[in-house]
Design a protein around this ligand. Structure first.
Ligand code: SF4
Ligand code: SF4
Length: 405
């Protein structure tokens, strides 16, 4: 689609980038069939093609209202449409750009701005997050059932080995996962230690930037990325092999640092290096000899592949392969391409839509009666666990030589 830029956008980086991204769309509509929000509400404006049109209209008319912003808010940024699109449309990048523009063009009412500010601060500040979590866990026994299920139970932890291997990979602990499910990276460190690799977080590295960036606070998101690059750089120069992530949402962001910071002369080169070194833990393990891991598999596992793992990182097959070769029986599932409704802060900001998507996902995962559900992203894990009787775990915990429960 050709975009005739409004004079306001003709000489802006956003205008040129938006027109370039939209030009890939040939308006065929194939993406509608795999868009969870369009399947939920068959309104063209809640489809990828409709949202592309809304951003195109903003760039051509030089203005947009709250309705456009609301239809962008309803998008999960799951990128299922990218996997479907025969034309290579980079919808995720366009949605981020459109959201950034709409935050300025159609300012939110105060209560929405306050909520988003609070979410950004709490989720990206481990001290605030851990305080909120511990208070919730303390009150858990007296909370009404609907609230209680939203507070994750505290699980035990097992010790992680000290650094002693010759091989070193940098590990991104992230923000939410480091507080709510630290068992994931504990397990990852024990698994990699068994393979002769140290996985060490770098002092000063924290949130990957996705929380701020996807909530339209682009400058804060870019600052998160710059801070992580600064934190990792000494170890990169000292020979660290890779930067590994276990939360696929974080991995999908780190792998695009080079693109996010391409126009920053101070960081562009280092950001591109970081992107080239970013690896999801599944990708790391497929290149190692896993025969040294003791085979303990007994469970029947339903694998939920997060959107970021399949549509952004294209690494869903690797996890399936690893679990199957470790002896796990993977149960039959359906509609694997559809989002579970977690999608970062979507499960908080678009609660009702998120619950409908989760009900559909749990039915799709549970039909073959699994013993547990395995996933690859903390958001999906917590969201599914709220409404699921079986344990929901990060898949790396299934390979843990020292499982916690
Ligand atoms: S499938 Fe791709 S080219 Fe077709 S309408 Fe959707 S985004 Fe545009
Ligand atoms: S990212 Fe997901 S929810 Fe958003 S338009 Fe694409 S398929 Fe639909």
């Amino acid at each position: 689609m050709h975009v005739e830029l409004h004079p306001r956008f003709q000489h802006t980086a956003e205008g040129k980038r938006g027109a370039e991204l939209i030009s890939a769309c040939v308006h065929c509509g194939f993406c509608l069939a795999t868009c969870p929000t369009y399947l939920d509400t068959p309104d063209e404006r809640d489809s990828p093609r409709g949202r592309i049109y809304l951003i195109k209209t903003l760039l051509e008319e030089g203005q947009a209202g709250a309705t456009s912003r609301e239809h962008l808010d309803r998008c999960l940024t799951c990128r299922s449409c990218e996997t479907t699109c025969p034309s290579g449309m980079r919808y995720g990048a366009l949605a981020d750009l459109g959201r950034g523009l709409l935050e300025k063009e159609a300012p939110r009412p105060l209560h929405q701005r306050s909520m988003r500010w609070l979410l950004r601060k709490v989720l990206t500040t481990p001290l605030l997050m851990v305080t909120a979590l511990r208070v919730g866990q303390w009150l858990r026994p007296v909370l009404p059932a609907t609230l209680r299920q939203r507070v994750p139970e505290q699980r035990p932890r097992s010790p992680v080995p000290p650094s002693h291997n010759r091989r070193l990979m940098l590990l991104l602990d992230g923000c939410v996962q480091s507080v709510v499910t630290p068992q994931t990276n504990d397990a990852l460190r024990r698994v990699l230690d068994a393979l002769g690799i140290d996985a060490e977080p770098a002092a000063g590295a924290a949130c990957c930037g996705a929380v701020n960036y996807h909530l339209g606070a682009h400058d804060d998101g870019l600052d998160d990325m710059r801070r992580n690059i600064d934190a990792w750089w000494p170890a990169i120069e000292a020979g660290a092999e890779a930067i590994i992530t276990s939360a696929s949402g974080c991995g999908a962001t780190v792998v695009e640092y080079g693109e996010y910071l391409a126009h920053d002369p101070r960081y562009a080169e280092r950001a591109a290096t970081v992107s080239g070194m970013a690896r999801d833990i599944g990708e790391v393990l497929t290149k190692e000899d896993l025969s040294v891991l003791a085979a303990t598999a007994t469970a029947r596992v339903a694998l939920h592949t997060p959107c970021t793992l399949q549509h952004a990182l294209g690494a869903d097959g690797k996890v399936r392969e690893i679990l199957a070769s470790a002896g796990f029986e993977l149960t039959a599932t359906c509609d694997d391409h559809l989002c579970c409704g977690s999608a970062g802060t979507y499960s908080i900001l678009q609660r009702n839509r998120s619950l409908r998507l989760r009900a559909r996902k749990l039915a799709a995962l549970g039909g073959d009666r699994p013993d547990l559900i395995a996933t690859a992203n903390v958001g999906c894990q917590l969201h599914l666990q709220e409404a699921c009787e079986q344990p929901v775990r990060h898949w790396i915990e299934l390979l843990d030589p020292l499982p916690v429960d």
